[in-house]
Ligand binder design. Sequence first.
Ligand SMILES: Cc1ncc(COP(=O)(O)O)c(C=O)c1O
Length: 411
Amino acid sequence: MKFEDFADCEQTDLFEKPVRFFTQLHSTKNTGGEALGIQLMQAVRPTSYMKEKDGKIAPYIMLGSNSYLNLTTHPQVVEGARKALEKYGYGMGAVSLYGGITDLHRELEERIAAFYHAEDAVLFPSGYGTNIGTICALCSPGDVIINDSANHASIFDGCKLSGADIKIYPHGKIKYLEQVLAKIPAHVKGRLIITDGVFSMHGDMAKLDEIYALAQKYGARLMVDDAHGLGIVGPTGRGTAEHFNLLGKIDLNVGMLSKVPGAIGGYCATTKEVAQYLRIYARTYFFSTAVPAPVVGGLIEVFKLLEADQAGRTQLWQNITYLRTELQKRGFNIGSSESGIVPIIVGDEPKLIQFVNDLRAHGVYVNIVTYPAVRRKECRVRLCVMKELTKEDLDKALAVITEQGKKYGII
Ligand SMILES: Cc1ncc(COP(=O)(O)O)c(C=O)c1O
């Protein structure tokens, strides 16, 4: 049985689906459940100590973390968090507008705004909630939102919740985006194009120059979720907008503080009017407790490093290029990755599960990606590259991936 069979099945009691799902997950081997729930026993590092379900603790070469620049353990960042912890305590005790933010929160918002050449930025408690809150605050029934099919789930959830008319174009196919835009009736003025900057399951970049030109041509606002672009792409690491020379021109530059910044939270860099509006009308901001000050203290140091482009992008890119080149040389299909996310497309779910289990058994930790994150026939392993991985780490991982890839006929 597949995951969606459980979500869609009829039931007599609300707990019937979870009980049937749980029983199935634990009754057979190789359901994919084996790959879930492994626990970190120390900070995430190139070699991470993790606890298996059977209680065994073992070292893994970490190719499954979004802490691409290892900022979670950067001494300057940890020190910033420690100082804020001592001064403000570990939690906020209130939502932002009810006394839940500190001077540090405002400093972070100002730094983020300046980083994107925007007038202001709003700091949300979670990345997921940033998309939901921003979309729902701005869009309502009667408006049209146009999405790339590979946009993140939080974007689609926000679109659904907003009640706006949702249009979807095939991933990266700008010709279809234009067809959708051209068909919007003239009287519909509320138009929003949303795209990931770097796509989280593919690792490729949106063609933002073309999308921006179409937004201008058809009078649409443009929102970019650059969760996986921040700190990695663009001449100084300011993300997809910078890569396409569009800094300061994106209406809603959204990003997550959970990937390169290695913490939690999200932000929307935009105009001063929109930012102030979001603070009142984005329900995931208004009704949710603010990011704890120690995290904000760490994030301020993260942005100091990013502003100066001193967070280690060059080292990260050396690793990305090496891994990508070596995988391609060995015959793996890595799609059109151009970021820290390198997929290995497998396209056969049972094979994928066995492949990932064997990588794990040989000490390599990767993410398994299948439906609903991608279509089942495009299921894949997702490798996330980290700056601090050494060539020796990468060579060891490559040897295991190659051996198992041959065993399962993936190459
Ligand atoms: C593109 C994208 N947007 C939004 C999110 C949600 O961010 P967070 O995990 O910080 O809530 C993620 C991460 O899961 C993501 O990859």
